[in-house]
Design a protein around this ligand. Structure first.
Ligand code: PCA
Length: 327
């Protein structure tokens, strides 16, 4: 009898202990759109591990790569509505919601990583406020490598882009397509390989990293290292989910986020060099743009920036003024 009582008490203690631990554990889903081997994904994975360690396993974040939970255009809204607690999305794709989301997709405004980081600092206060109004906390934003032009056929001026089936990912890339007389088609990164293989597109502007991730050399022959702009992915958390954490866990998340941002920007630079080598090794002709192509794109760029400023109003002007002063 004595023994039975002891056993029952032990079971009770064990189950209370278990229930206590389960109640204290928070689980978040982290929706992302890029393949697990992509450098943003790896950076996100490290963030998840850092948070796990810093919260002693109290906050368990499950990353879902390759648009497996939500497609890229749906991720921001999924975080907004609480269907995913965390998400990563490509800011410039949301330019129609607010021009501020598109500032890092404007041609030739920032032509290297240092400038891109300064542009981010100029954009950040407005970006944070915008996201806050949409029920999100900006955790970190990391740059893709500079954007260049991939084509099937050689391109020595903008005239060579005329009529080309041109993959776009933002209002600005669509407008550039229009200005050069190409045929813009919106395709997500996750569907790039298929779109190329089936001839839906014949050219695009994206990074060396995305070219290497998707083995674009299997369908395209040329890469022009135009360095047109350096756009970013943003990683956000639902404000409700974040506010529900204990203060110490909030601090841990923000600390891991700051580390992810610094690590991501550093990694982006290294990935650019590695990816250019991968493209070459895959048989792609990696070239500098011709003087004519550069001049043509600069002209298109001026138009696009002017149009953006007209739409972006006072907020846009503030961001650009702040950036020009910091540059
Ligand atoms: N790759 C992503 C976003 C920018 C980039 O370099 C894409 O092409 O969709």
């Amino acid at each position: 009898m004595k023994r039975r009582i002891f056993c029952a008490t032990a079971t009770l203690i064990a189950s209370v202990g278990f229930a206590g631990a389960a109640a204290a554990q928070t689980k978040w889903d982290f929706a992302t759109a890029y393949p697990a081997h992509n450098f943003h994904s790896k950076n996100n994975e490290q963030f998840v591990k850092d948070v796990d360690a810093a919260t002693q396993g109290k906050l368990k974040i499950t990353p879902h790569f390759g648009a497996s939970l939500f497609k890229m255009p749906e991720i921001k809204r999924a975080v907004q509505t609480g269907n995913a607690q965390m998400g990563e999305f490509f800011l410039v794709s949301f330019q129609n919601e607010s021009q501020i989301f598109g500032v890092d997709g404007l041609p030739f405004l920032a032509s290297n990583y240092d400038e891109a980081f300064k542009l981010y600092q100029a954009q950040k206060p407005v970006l944070q406020e915008l996201l806050d109004k949409q029920g999100q906390v900006l955790l970190y934003a990391v740059a893709w490598p500079p954007q260049g032009i991939y084509t099937k056929k050689p391109v020595s001026s903008a005239a060579d882009l005329k009529g080309m089936k041109w993959r776009v990912y933002s209002p600005t890339t669509a407008r550039i397509g229009e200005l050069v007389g190409a045929q813009p088609a919106t395709i997500q990164e996750a569907e790039l390989s298929q779109a190329l293989a089936t001839g839906v597109i014949e050219g695009l502007i994206t990074s060396s990293a995305t070219g290497a991730d998707n083995k674009l050399f299997e369908n395209l022959k040329y890469y022009y290292n135009v360095q047109a702009w350096i756009p970013k992915n943003a990683v956000t958390v639902s404000k409700k989910a974040f506010n529900a954490l204990e203060k110490s866990d909030q601090t841990a998340v923000l600390k891991a986020a700051a580390a992810a941002e610094a690590r991501g920007w550093k990694e982006s630079r290294e990935v650019d060099a590695r990816s250019l080598a991968t493209l070459k090794a895959g048989g792609m002709s990696v070239e500098e743009p011709s003087v004519q192509l550069k001049a043509d794109l600069a002209k298109v760029g001026e138009t696009v920036v002017k149009e953006w400023l007209d739409k972006a109003g006072a907020d846009g002007k503030t961001v650009l003024d702040y950036y020009q002063a910091a540059k």
